[in-house]
Design a protein around this ligand. Structure first.
Ligand code: ADP
Ligand code: MG
Length: 682
């Protein structure tokens, strides 16, 4: 018996070259191989007579070869092999392109099982490149449900199939980690059955059960992991903050806080007084004022002799935070420093020294702060802004940075409540569900290409009124994705042809960090009228004078991402607009985009997205910060997710510290899953 940890090279037919191909799919050992799930199935079980074959409906049939296969050389690189086959019901001409195998294998007078699709018109029917095998050979490519695997260059589906089949024959399936009681309660297949059936199903119904088991398993592991993390943190001790008086802070604010902001700050102050480290998520739509909540928390930490680190996903955003917080903190005597990757070594060293000696109370930087050599004299609070961009492993790393320090993560991604509970099971959640007063909603329109002259006129009108416009494209270069607007070429068109009299700037993710920042800063200073950009502008940048957001080929973006982009306008006093363009006529796509025109409430948008597309989208996207689930490209249903979470919570409560084999295997799987999710940070 082989072990799951044995390398794939122990399989027959898998040498170094093949192993390298498997490595491209992150498959190194037998476990990886067995966990390489099909992305779909082809049902090749249907047998029929030749006379019952229907065009465009693939099927299997058993037939005899009626003549010697003839191969003709059409031109360089094109050989055609033709042969006629027949059964009791009729005959059929088969054509194979460049198939040495068919030419040599098919024998006059012999019988084979074929699988293929009938094609043809009034000139006659035929079949091209059917697969075939002898009736007495094992069913590999015909008479079965064929798993279709994710592949890589040089690796065929057949090669994966054979390797998986061998692996399942020589080693046990991954250990059972779902307790028997859970499996019985929720009607879940055993691990052994599920892993076999997912690769070698006998019916399509079986595949549904196997998928359900594997999805349930992944969410059970994930939820159990979060529950364990939460329990471990609750056992840590920290000095309660005695001084929780924020009067001076409130008195320097230029505006009264919203009720939601006050509530969130109140919850944070309670956490600070508790004596265990805070683990809190502040979830609030773009513009809901999360920065002020962070500022209040950092002020409180400073009053208690503790340092804070605020981390942003980009340098631009870090600098913007630094600038706005400095204005707020200067009169309060809170000392600050900025630490970003583009600073010189010498600058960084100076800043680090000030942090290490405790002269700096609040440090603002990029997420690199987390991994780099920065030593804090007395780190008490770590804040991660726009946390949706990194995963669960980072959350625990963050809090590991300061011994038992408080952790506050802030996310603008409106995740529907049900999913938030799943994804942030290790955190307490404060929701900012209220906007600062005086903000008018951003009027949003969905238009087709025929509106182009009107869009252009509207851009011009905004500029004439002294405002600025964003134009967002789904790609940077024309070649990247066919048929969508590319920022670089579109910027050129606007600059040269449409608006020769306006200042049009370009900003995209492939520009160097310094260039990007210069462009963004220049636009924020009002040095250009129109900024053509990719989604790099998605997070954080504040340009209150921008009143129009045009999003080209809007169907290429997820709803939540569109909502996020729209949040870049409507940040000033003037009325703001968002125009979504699309060529797409798919009614579902149109319905999805129209949902955005109907509401400015990010949570409503997210609920709608969930309703229309299912949770797979939230987890599948890089945005979610979820670990890389192996079943992620398969469809989820909320019911399974919720059941798995409930089962995990219940089980961890009762058996979290158990030494039973299932519990040990489960903890190993949790460690593995969270380790894999580290790659999702960017
Ligand atoms: P986000 O939640 O998107 O991070 P910000 O913290 O950047 O939002 O706040 C958006 C804008 O709203 C900023 O210009 C900020 O100064 C302002 N703001 C925050 N809170 C209030 C408030 N209570 N009243 C008025 N304006 C506010
Ligand atoms: Mg923000």
């Amino acid at each position: 018996m082989a072990k799951l940890s044995d390398p794939v090279t122990i399989l027959k037919g898998v040498g170094q070259a093949r192993a390298r191909q498997f490595a491209n799919l992150n498959i190194y050992n037998l476990r990886d191989l067995i966990c390489h799930f099909p992305r779909g199935y082809e049902d090749r079980t249907r047998m029929t007579n030749i006379s019952d074959l229907e065009p465009d409906v693939p099927a299997c049939f058993r037939a005899v070869i009626m003549n010697h296969p003839r191969t003709s050389h059409i031109r360089k690189g094109l050989d055609l092999t033709r042969v006629r086959v027949a059964d009791h019901s009729g005959w059929l001409n088969l054509t194979f392109f460049n198939s040495r195998y068919a030419a040599e294998e098919l024998q006059y007078g012999r019988e084979y099982i074929f699988y293929g699709t009938l094609t043809g018109d009034s000139a006659g029917y035929g079949m091209t490149n059917p697969v075939f095998e002898a009736p007495d050979s094992p069913a590999v490519t015909t008479r079965r449900i064929l798993p279709v695997y994710p592949l890589t260059a040089g690796l065929t589906n057949g090669a994966v199939l054979r390797a998986v089949r061998q692996a399942l024959a020589i080693c046990d399936a991954p250990a059972e980690i779902l307790p028997q009681a859970v499996r019985e309660k929720y009607g879940i297949l055993s691990a052994d059955t599920a892993y076999r059936v997912i690769h070698e199903p006998e019916s399509m119904e079986q595949t549904v059960q196997a998928k359900r088991r594997l999805i349930f398993e992944e969410f059970f592991v994930f939820s159990a992991g979060l529950a364990l993390t939460r329990a471990a943190r609750a056992r840590k001790r920290t000095e309660p903050y005695e001084n929780r008086e924020l009067g001076p802070f409130f008195s320097v604010l230029p505006f009264p806080l919203t009720g939601a902001q006050q509530r969130a700050i109140g919850q944070i102050l309670e956490d600070f007084g508790r004596g265990t480290p805070m683990n809190r998520l502040v979830q609030g739509d773009v513009g809901s004022g999360k920065t002020m909540v962070a500022a209040a928390a950092m002020y409180c930490a400073a009053q208690n002799g503790k340092q804070s680190a605020l981390m942003a996903p980009t340098e631009i955003l870090a600098e913007q935070h630094y600038a706005s917080l400095e204005k707020l903190f200067a009169p309060l005597g809170v000392s600050m420093a900025l630490l970003t990757g583009s600073m010189t070594q010498k600058q960084k060293r100076t800043v680090r020294e000030r942090i290490a000696s405790g002269q700096v109370q609040v440090t603002v930087g990029t997420h690199a702060l987390l991994t780099d050599a920065t030593e804090f004299a007395a780190l008490g609070l770590v804040i991660a802004d726009e946390q949706h961009r990194f995963g669960v492993a980072q959350r625990s790393k963050l809090s590991a940075k300061g011994e038992a320090s408080h952790l506050l993560v802030m996310s603008a991604t409106p995740i529907p409540r049900t999913l938030a509970l799943l994804m942030y099971g290790d955190l307490d959640v404060s929701v900012l569900d209220e906007r600062p007063p005086g903000r008018e909603p951003v009027d949003t329109f969905l238009v087709g290409e025929s509106y182009r002259p009107r869009i252009n006129a509207f851009i011009r009108k905004q500029v004439q009124e002294g405002h600025q416009c964003f134009v967002v494209c789904p790609a940077v270069e024309e070649t990247e994705t066919l048929g969508v607007k590319a920022a670089s070429t579109w910027a050129q068109t606007l600059r040269q042809t449409t608006f020769p009299d306006l200042k049009v700037m370009l900003l995209h993710g492939q520009m160097k960090g310094a260039e990007k920042e210069a462009a963004m800063a220049a636009f924020a200073r009002g040095e250009a009228d129109v900024l053509v950009a990719t989604t790099v502008i998605e997070v954080g940048v504040d340009v209150p004078n921008a009143t129009l957001m045009v999003i080209e080929d809007a169907d290429r973006f997820g709803l939540s991402q569109l909502h996020q982009l729209r949040g870049r306008v409507g940040r000033g006093q003037a009325k703001s607009y968002c125009i979504l363009t699309t060529h797409n006529r798919n009614p579902e796509t149109i319905q999805r985009l129209k949902a955005l025109c109907k509401t400015n409430d990010g949570f409503r948008v997210a609920e709608e997205d969930l309703r229309l597309r299912g949770p797979g989208d939230f987890f599948g996207s890089r945005q979610s910060g979820m670990p890389a689930f192996r079943m992620a490209d398969m469809s989820y249903d909320m019911k399974t997710l919720k059941e798995a979470q409930a089962a995990a919570a219940e089980w961890i409560d009762e058996n979290g510290a158990s030494d039973a084999p299932e519990a040990v295997a489960l903890r190993e799987r949790i460690a593995d899953l969270f380790a894999r999710s580290e790659g999702t940070m960017n």
